[in-house]
Design a protein around this ligand. Structure first.
Ligand code: M6P
Ligand code: ZN
Length: 190
């Protein structure tokens, strides 16, 4: 029988979302996300859209994976900075988000093209049931920071979203931090 995992603790600054110790960090820049936004990016390709810090846990069904995501404030064209979004490779695996800082929209969609939006703000706990692709969007003026926890063997399927897109986009509306949810002209239904 293999040895048990060692318990461990991470401390999060509840104002900034900063982790201590910092965990394995992935970075997505505007350049990395070419094709994910509707507009062609006119800004700096090296601008960071979001970072994801992932806990060191095996990708097994008996474990809970978790990560902290920080989406910077910004837009590409009229579209707010967002995560790529994904289905789970194992479609029925679920996920929970808790927002620590900022203001966001959690966009979810099924393979048949139904979609939902849910609010994200400090203290909200969003439940993403199995079968729903999920993308988070920063509609505020500051960083959007949230903790996600999901079943360890869920896996991320980005290809389906990359080819089909989400049915809707979250765009700036009016002045200030107003937003609107509009149809995505590039959406391909399954
Ligand atoms: C959340 C979770 C993670 C995800 C991250 C970034 O933390 O949903 O599973 O990795 O956001 O989103 P994406 O993987 O779509 O780039
Ligand atoms: Zn997920």
């Amino acid at each position: 029988m293999s040895a048990l995992m060692e318990p461990f603790t991470t401390a999060m600054d509840l104002r900034t979302g900063q982790l201590e110790p910092e965990r394995n960090v992935g970075v997505r820049t505007v350049g990395d996300m070419r094709g994910w936004f509707l507009a062609n990016d006119s800004g700096a390709a090296e601008s960071v859209v979001y970072t994801v810090s992932t806990m060191p846990v095996p990708e097994s069904v008996v474990e809970l994976q978790s990560s902290t995501t920080r989406i910077h404030a910004g837009r590409v064209g009229d579209e707010f900075f967002m995560t790529k979004g994904h289905f789970h490779q194992k479609r029925d695996r679920s996920e929970i988000y808790m927002t620590v800082a900022g203001e966001g929209v959690l966009l979810m969609a099924t393979e048949s093209g139904e979609y939902r939006t849910e609010p994200m703000r400090p203290g909200t706990i969003n439940y993403v049931p199995g079968g729903w692709a999920h993308r988070s969007v920063n509609v505020g003026d500051d960083d959007l920071v949230f903790l996600a926890a999901y079943i360890g063997d869920a896996g991320q399927d980005y290809a389906t979203i990359e080819t089909r897109g989400f049915p809707v986009r979250v765009v700036q509306s009016g002045s200030g931090s107003g937003y609107a949810v509009v149809n995505n002209p590039r959406y391909h239904a399954a």
